[in-house]
Ligand binder design. Structure first.
Ligand SMILES: [Zn+2]
Ligand SMILES: [Zn+2]
Length: 171
């Protein structure tokens, strides 16, 4: 099993390094970084990109059916029925995408924290975690950036147990 981060036209190398270290810490395993990819052709609504259209190009980055992949983009994402999404995950395809667009702020530390949380959240979905009612848990659904700022970058005890179980049974 490999876990890959795929950067789609993302120039934030310091942020990506931070995010990668954090996800490695949560999962207790190393993850790989793919070179920058161009944005794939997606359906669009003005400047926004349809989040689900990233699942196929992200999935194509797999070297085997056992690879888990998270795409990172700087463009704004939307999904059907939603004005915007921070990210979307397809556990069946072991592929997810997260957007940095709505996480941006002049406070660099806060920006990095937000990115860590939303990336961990999407990866959590790939490893079988669902939304959690604990508002401090990284798997809590963020309706707005306020929810993201309130939650921690780590799974709660229950979600962490599920995650450990999943990881130990898929090694
Ligand atoms: Zn979610
Ligand atoms: Zn939880």
């Amino acid at each position: 099993m490999n876990i890959k981060l795929i950067l789609f036209d993302v120039k934030e190398s310091e942020l990506v390094e931070n995010l990668k270290n954090h996800v490695e810490r949560v999962l207790g395993t190393e993850i790989m970084l793919s070179e920058r990819r161009q944005l794939p052709a997606c359906r669009r609504r003005g400047d926004q990109y349809l989040a689900e259209d990233f699942i196929f190009p992200v999935n194509k980055e797999a070297e085997s059916g056992e690879d888990y992949k998270l795409g990172v983009v700087e463009v704004d994402l939307y999904s059907s029925g939603l004005n915007f999404v921070f990210g979307v995950a397809s556990p069946f395809k072991k592929s997810a995408v997260v957007s940095l667009f709505r996480l941006k702020t002049h406070d660099k530390k806060l920006y990095f924290e937000r990115a860590k949380k939303e990336a961990t959240h999407e990866i959590g979905h790939l490893f079988g975690l669902e939304h959690c009612r604990d508002t401090r848990c990284v798997m809590h659904f963020s309706n707005s950036i306020l929810d993201t700022d309130y939650k921690s970058p780590f799974p709660c005890v229950r979600c962490n147990k599920k995650l450990s179980y999943f990881l130990s049974s898929h090694r």
